[in-house]
Design a binder for this molecule. Structure first.
Ligand code: HEC
Length: 276
């Protein structure tokens, strides 16, 4: 990573793939066009594999690991949590449309009444509270484990985020701004690595995943064992560039997730997956 950072410092990159005034759908289309033009041989659906889409050997290994994932035990534990009734006899499934199946691609959404973005993990904790249970907390281990099972109920669903109305658009724009702003002691933007340099030829050993597809497959199990939620990954990347990350579940993180998920619209979801 040090080598990658030193290569990128001072590269003077222009962050131009997305226009300042475009709407969400234009943003998404511009990003898809940017990547499919730059890498014509990579199929759009393969962007869900992240950096592995650019690494045929790595993708083979990934598929082998995924045929018998080392983390099935955690997902089973998540299923037990999901099925276990609350003290009032109800279950998580009662809080969600369609019993929680094929819905993960609709999250995050903008709640007009509350005036804020709601992620799937927010909704899980809200379900607990609505049923008289204590919230787990958005950075808790429990919510990650539950998430790793709940999201499997939406495997194959296409990401389907909606941005409708002025409040939703403002939250989306906030998230976009966070993705494109340079920050941290190293003065990088998320976009530097995950748009400009993504899939790029800089360093074979450290391929960077493109923004599109990045939000489709959470949580991940790094090294096959360590559960990492999407916002934990954001926090990890903030720290990598020596910026102080906002709290998991904060407005900043949720707005970032809203924008970041929107640009994966139309791509198939899969939980939970292996990552290095
Ligand atoms: C200095 C380069 C760099 C910057 C800047 C950076 N990241 Fe990353 N990011 C990485 C590397 C390296 C990885 C691991 C390899 C990969 O999947 O791209 C990664 C992985 C990720 C992943 C997981 C992809 C997957 O499929 O597993 C997400 C999501 C992500 N970054 C989001 C962000 C966000 C949001 C920001 C801005 C806060 C950001 N990154 C800033 C280097 C960076």
């Amino acid at each position: 990573m040090k080598k990658l950072l030193s290569l990128l410092i001072g590269a003077g990159l222009v962050l131009g793939a997305v226009g300042a005034k475009a709407g969400p759908e234009q943003d998404r289309e511009a990003l898809v066009k940017y990547f499919t033009t730059k890498y014509p041989s990579i199929k759009l659906d393969n962007y869900v594999y992240g950096a592995l889409a650019f690494d045929p050997d790595g993708l083979e290994q990934y598929k082998e690991i995924m045929s018998f994932p080392p983390f099935v035990g955690v997902i089973d534990a998540g299923k037990k949590m999901w099925d276990k009734p609350f003290a009032n006899g109800k279950t998580y499934a009662s809080c969600f449309p369609n019993g929680g199946k094929n819905i993960a691609g609709n999250y995050p959404y903008f709640d007009n009444k509350a005036g804020k973005v709601v992620t799937l993990n927010d909704a899980i904790d809200a379900c607990r509270v609505a049923n008289g249970e204590k919230p787990y907390g958005l950075a808790s281990k429990e919510i990650g484990v539950l998430d790793s099972y709940m999201r499997t109920l939406s495997d194959g669903m296409k990401m389907n985020i909606k941005v409708e109305g002025p409040g939703a658009l403002a939250a989306y724009e906030e998230g976009k701004k966070i993705f494109y702003s340079r920050k941290g002691q190293l003065n990088f933007a998320c976009a530097t690595c995950h748009i400009q340099e993504a899939g790029g030829p800089h360093l074979r050993s450290e391929l960077l995943s493109p923004i599109i597809g990045q939000a489709t497959h959470w949580p991940v199990f790094r090294g096959g064992e360590k559960l990492v939620t999407l916002q934990e990954r954001y926090a990890g990347c903030f720290k990598m560039i020596r910026a102080v990350p906002a709290k998991i579940g904060s407005t900043e993180m949720n707005d970032l997730e809203y924008f970041h998920s929107y640009v994966s619209n139309g791509l198939p979801m899969q939980a939970s997956v292996f990552r290095k």
